[in-house]
Structure formats: structure tokens, C-alpha cells
Design a protein around this ligand. Sequence first.
Ligand code: 23J
Ligand code: MN
Length: 259
Amino acid sequence: MSSTAVTDLLAALADGAVEVVDLTQPLSETTPVLVLPEPFANTPHLSRRRLSRYDDDGPAWAWDVLELGEHTGTHFDAPVHWITGQDGDDVASVAPSRLVGPVAVIDRSAAVARDAGDLLTVEHLEAHEAQHGPLEPGTWVVLRTGWGARAQDEAAFLNAGPEGPVTPGPDVAASKWLAEHPNVVGFGVETVGIDAGAAGGFDPAFPLHNFLLGAGRYGLTQLANVDRLPARGALIVVAPLKLVGGTGSPSRVLAFVPR
Ligand code: 23J
Ligand code: MN
């Protein structure tokens, strides 16, 4: 019998040495969606229209039609989502090898519990590399904030205050650092978007969208179960629809985590 990396992984999955963790939030009519200020267009909540339910319209089958924004729930941001990335990949053009890779988790949950608007800085990113080693090629960086606990309550999840949304995310310099790091393929968050809630007022506005998507990298939002990931050593699988011309897509996101 031959031993290979894949047969070893299958054995580890079978005996529980490696667990599959679902990083995806449930997708339904109540899934929170981003709210942009006037005069910008907003994305709708998911809705569905019934085609049949084992009835005259389809006696032995049930099926629905979906309406939803590309950027709804746990979703992928493609470079073409942002003006700076308009010559980059649409969702269907993303190389599959970039959708599977190591995941590095930066834990800001304690700071976010004290300050919901906590910003990730270059100092935090460099401290993570100093503690856990340099980011490996093809890394998805995930920002752990504890925000996923709010995902079933739209008001708490969007956390809009008088000055706009108060949610964590990277500052301008950290956004540039991530976009310029040669080994970062993508950046994932628990919040509604990859940028901080206050980022519409940063210079540039929405700096992570601006720099990261402009550099041909990807975003991932509204992740679940991030507290079940180690700082290093897990593998992430990101599965957006192969939507031709798509700027983003709801995605199933899984992690393989050593126990
Ligand atoms: C459009 C404009 C601003 C933002 C977003 C979309 C997202 O968060 C998104 O889902 O890409 S901040
Ligand atoms: Mn998006």
C-alpha cells in the first residue's frame, strides 16, 4: 500500500486527528447585509420565490428562485469588486490553488471586547509574525474579533452608532502591509466587510478594499467559528461560486484543523 499526503490526511480525518470546522454563517432571509450611507445603492437581503413544493407546479419536487447580492453573508470579494482591482480577477477567474492554503489567525478578540472599533495595526501583524514565524506563501490571514457571536442579530452585527458603523478592522498602514506582503493571498473577517466600520472616513476610503483588491488579492467576510482555529497550522478551503464576471460570491468556507 502506498502512503501519500492525501491518504495520511484521509486517515487523520477518519480518526479525528484532523477536524473539519465550518467557517460559514447560515445564509437566509435574516442574514445581515451591509448598509451604506446616502446616496449609495444598497444590497438587498436574501429573498426567495417558490417554484414548487410537491404541488401542482411540481408534484414530486421542491425548488425556489433566489435573489441575493453577490456580497451577502459569508462571502468572497474578488479584485474586480474595487476600482483599483478592475483589471484583476473576477470570481470565475480565480485560480483554484489560491482558494486552498494555510490560515494565520490574528486574535484581537480581547481588544474588541473592550473597544468595538479596535483597529488592527502593523505592530499587531509584525508581533504575530515574530511570535508564530513568517507567513507562509499562499496564506489567508484571518482577523479574530469575536464578532461572529453577533451574526444572528443584525443591529448588534452592524453596530451603527451616531457616527456610523462601529466594527473592527485594519487601519490604513495595516491595510497597505497586508496588500504588499508577498505571501498574503487573502484576508478574512467575522464582520460584514473586510474594512473597519469607520473605514469610509479613512484616507483612502475603505483602504483594505482599495489596497488588497488592487493588489489582486481576495477578501472573505462574515466568518463563523473563528475561535476554533489555531493561530497557525490549519488549512482553509474557500469555495465561491464560479460566477462569470462576478465581483463577489456567497461562499462555503471550511478549515482542516489538527486536534
Ligand atoms: C461596497 C462598498 C463598501 C463596502 C463593501 C461593498 C463591502 O464591505 C463588501 O462586501 O465588499 S465596505
Ligand atoms: Mn464584499
